[in-house]
Ligand binder design. Sequence first.
Ligand code: HEM
Length: 153
Amino acid sequence: MTGLLELLAQTTLAEWMRLSRWGYAIVNTLHVLGIALLVGAIIPLDVRLMGWRRDIELHKLAGLLQPIAITGLALAIAMGGLLFLADPVDYAAMPLFQLKLVFIGLALVNALALNLGPGLAGASAFYLVTAGAISMSLWLTTLGAGRLLAFVQ
Ligand code: HEM
């Protein structure tokens, strides 16, 4: 595993991430943009799942917010991968980075279990409240873990 990470660190793209000050800055900014789209869309949806503003039709709200959240997540993952490339061996060894990836994985499992399982229409009110609360906790914890990475390095 360490061998593979060392190979990754030697790629041209990894070198560019380490040497290009503005390249790194732009990738970092796009990572933050992805996070803003993801969290900005997912929190209102989670709050609705948890039972607030039941007067807003859940399907219509999800139809608007889910594509924005998915676009943000895709951008955050792509740009996060590039940031990781700058120092793969050290990031992979950091417990906080490992935890962040676990939180992302759990949040995805939670979202997929609801959407591929009972779905918004078929899930009980208890399921929706629980899924919303788990989603909000996991994405906010992921955001906190990501921000704290810079301080524990
Ligand atoms: C597989 C996906 C992801 C990877 C590989 C990844 C990787 C990284 C890396 C390597 C950094 C730089 C840490 C440093 O400063 O040394 C970072 C920063 C950060 N990440 Fe991610 N990330 C991913 C997804 C996410 C998601 C989904 C969120 C939020 C929900 C997030 C939140 C953050 C935050 C808040 C920062 C700090 C940005 C800043 O203040 O400059 N990341 N990420």
